[in-house]
Ligand binder design. Sequence first.
Ligand code: ADP
Length: 425
Amino acid sequence: MLITLTLLLALALGVTLIKLVNHQHAIRSLHQAILKRRPLLREDLPSLSGSGWEQLCTLSNDLITEATHLQQLRSGQLAQLEATLGNLQEAVLIVDSNNYILLANKALQSIFPRAVNILGQRLELVLHSVTFLGYVEAVRRGTGQPQHEIEFIEGSQSSTWLEVTGVTIPAINGQKAPWTLFVLHNITKQKKLEAVRKDFVANVSHELRTPLSVIKGYVETLVDDTDGIPAQDRARFLKTIQRHTERLNSLLEDLLVLSRLESINPGIRRETVEFNTFLSNIIDDYRARPAGKGHQLEFQGDKSISPLAIDPLKLTQVVENLLDNALKYTPKGSLIGLHVLRQDAGEVIVCLRDNGPGIPEDDLPHIFERFYRVDKGRSREKGGTGLGLSIVKHIIQLHAGRVWVESRLGQGTAFFFSLPIRLTS
Ligand code: ADP
């Protein structure tokens, strides 16, 4: 009896074990099928018929087929979007509800060259901008502004400004959550121009403020106390007013010249002139002026140069600005030489050299910027506006030439400009 009971128990245990192994096998097959999105076959579920597994098998196969279908639909939609948006000039980015990148067109990669092979990556790992990620969330919640200007800082110095417009794409064909689409427009150039313009306005206001407040102060004193001011002081006040009025005048003149040069059509009126005579006439004119009297002015031309087609008025201004600076910033008795250096590779090079105090190395890269001065006080005292070299640069660039400077402290400064050889106007 006991033996029969033991045998029956062993048999039941054996059957249960076999069932357990079969279930384990079925679970593994189901797991694999879901992972690989491959329908489950009847053979994958051995000897389990009638145990509910068949139903489960049919149900999972239906789900797998539907998921595969949705996946294909999604890829189809993305391919369609890619074909439409891929070649747009504007950068386009689509992310899913978990911030995984679904689409990034070529234009986006031209803005962020390091963002290659980013499909399937998380947005946070590709575009490191907290503001942008905040905007993505806001668009998703429906609280984002339609357009947003965002600065992306890449590396240590360069930053890119983008105007970003974000919209959600409604969930389609069973997609669980909506995607979000962004159009990114590069506005870095405009932003830089805006900053330059702001800087410029601030500089001009600053330059105008000092002479105006001096003039205002002296005029008020003269008006308020007509009889009490001794004649000597009155004359001194008037002289100061005159000096500051002249300063305002030079500033306005230089600003007008600059604005004309920077306009869309600055106009260049070429005439064919004998270049050596053109330059030596300017030097002769300066020798006759009181300002040029205390300096040694010399000219060295190059006979091999044919007549050149230049804008004589504008180039006179270039040489005059350089000569004025040489006279202003070098002590009396200094040597100032205007030389036509050589004619090679289709260009003429002109050099204006002085043996004055020179310009510190750190200032040299900025010397052609508007309002840049090495010594602000000295420049203003000498009637400088800080715009002379900027005007020089513009005029030379209008002639398709180059301008540069070499200088050593205590030894002197040499300004060079080149002009492409053009024989007819
Ligand atoms: P500014 O009206 O002040 O002369 P510029 O644009 O002509 O303005 O020149 C910019 C600055 O360059 C000057 O303020 C001066 O510090 C420096 N500079 C120009 N030419 C010379 C020179 N020949 N020697 C020394 N410094 C010079």
